[in-house]
Ligand binder design. Structure first.
Ligand SMILES: Cc1ncc(COP(=O)(O)O)c(C=O)c1O
Length: 413
């Protein structure tokens, strides 16, 4: 028993089949490694999978978010609503353009952005009670579907309409995912219809992966064209179209763009991952249901919601550890689980508690009572499609054991 534990369960293990490996090898043998025919195939299939007209593949979700807000014309000094409980990327892309994130608290149950608080934050901004210029123009909102549980995009759309905002959907966790739209009485996927642009992540531990990668999808031809152009130095033609029969070596620089294009080598993986996306989601859902059942009797553990009006992507399985006699034991549990060979994580320390947003920009904790309390209880357990029953049982058994241990130590004290 190496290290004193009976099993090692990583936080994530990508699911890679022979078909994916063969496609990467075929790409290597083809002589074309950068953006080309495999990226085009990946984009077309992805647009179809989410029900959007256009999809532009890029090298990260961060790049997709950056290109989305740039294409929407975000300017220095403007303001965008961003949840405080999110990853760095959601807010940093707003800062890239000199605009400001207006941070919003999260909903206690779903952990997604609380639209009532968004309303309140706009009111406080106008009253000059936030560390932002009270006269600044609020132009957009970036909802995040935390862990793969979608926000109700009907509500987001209604909120955005009322305040005259564009929507960029951060769906880094939400492929494939859907919500039941009360408005249209139909299932709507992340990326389908509501947002101006939706951004997905294919980072190594995401629901489908290309190692690093992302996709921006939209129904708007002009936004798609701007995103595509800015993803490759602002050039009039990409390399693949220049080297095609009938293509010309010539191109023009139309804007000072970025270097965000996805290579064919990565798309080779993506094409096959995409075809398996629903199968992989179902495997995660089965594991998530099994966690929900086997942890239902664990004291001090609060389980994630699984509402029937959502198709949950189950990118993450986030539990909450209630405090024990007023003491927070989350970090102690993570340490003990790691000692037992189990990889865990926390999603996330809220943005307003990071030095840049707290000390430099001046956001204070009392503006975010829910996120400030809840994040200290959050613990993400391993969840990935190829996790075995034995691995999951080991996680459940060990979690219960270390919880009991912590409880008894405190009772004895
Ligand atoms: C909510 C959210 N948005 C954006 C990103 C950025 O994704 P990427 O690593 O593909 O840039 C992440 C990454 O984990 C994320 O969790």
């Amino acid at each position: 028993m190496a290290g004193g534990y009976s099993m090692e369960v990583p936080f994530h293990r990508p699911s890679i089949t022979e078909a994916e490996i063969e496609e990467v090898v075929a790409c290597l043998r083809s002589g074309w490694l950068t953006t080309g025919p495999r990226v085009r195939r990946f984009e077309e299939a992805f647009a179809q999978a989410v029900g959007a007209r256009w999809a532009v593949a890029v090298n990260s979700c961060t790049a997709a978010l950056h290109l989305a807000v740039e294409a929407l014309g975000l300017r220095a000094g403007q303001v965008v609503l961003v949840p405080t409980l999110t990853f760095a990327a959601t807010a940093e892309v707003v800062r890239y353009l000199g605009a400001w994130p207006l941070l919003v608290d999260c909903d206690h149950s779903t952990l997604n952005m609380d639209l009532n608080d968004a309303e309140d934050k706009i009111r406080k901004l106008r009253q000059g009670r936030l560390p932002l210029d009270r006269r600044a123009e609020v132009v957009g909102i970036i909802p995040v579907h935390v862990a793969g549980l979608m926000m109700d995009m009907d509500d987001v759309a209604e909120f955005a309409r009322r305040h005259g905002l564009w929507i960029v959907e951060d769906a880094a966790h939400a492929f494939p995912a859907a919500y039941w739209s009360k408005h249209t009485q139909s299932w709507r996927k992340a990326g389908e219809k509501t947002a101006a642009v939706t951004c997905f992540s294919f980072y190594a531990n995401k629901t489908i992966t290309t190692g690093e990668g992302g996709m921006a999808v939209t129904d708007d031809a002009q936004l798609a064209a701007r995103i595509r152009q800015m993803s490759l130095h602002g050039l009039s033609h990409d390399a693949w179209s220049r080297y095609q029969a009938g293509g010309s070596w010539d191109y023009q620089i139309l804007s000072p763009g970025y270097k965000y294009n996805l290579p064919d080598l990565a798309a080779a993986l993506g094409i096959h991952q995409l075809a398996r996306a629903e199968e992989l989601r179902q495997k995660r859902e089965t594991l998530a249901r099994s966690y929900l059942e086997s942890l239902s009797d664990a004291s001090f553990v609060e389980l994630p919601p699984n509402p029937s009006d959502r198709v949950h992507a189950w990118h993450l399985f986030v539990i909450r550890i209630r405090s024990l006699a007023g003491q927070n034991i989350r970090d102690e549990l993570i340490r003990k689980l790691r000692e037992a060979g189990i990889g865990c994580s926390v999603h996330w320390r809220p943005l307003h508690l990071h030095p840049y947003y707290r000390d430099i920009l001046g956001w204070s904790s009392d503006l975010f009572p829910v996120a400030t309390t809840i994040w200290q209880q959050l613990l993400s357990l391993p969840l990935f499609p190829d996790m075995t029953i034995e691995e999951q049982q080991y996680v459940v058994k060990t979690l219960k054991a270390v919880l009991n241990q912590s409880v008894s130590v405190r009772k004895a004290a």
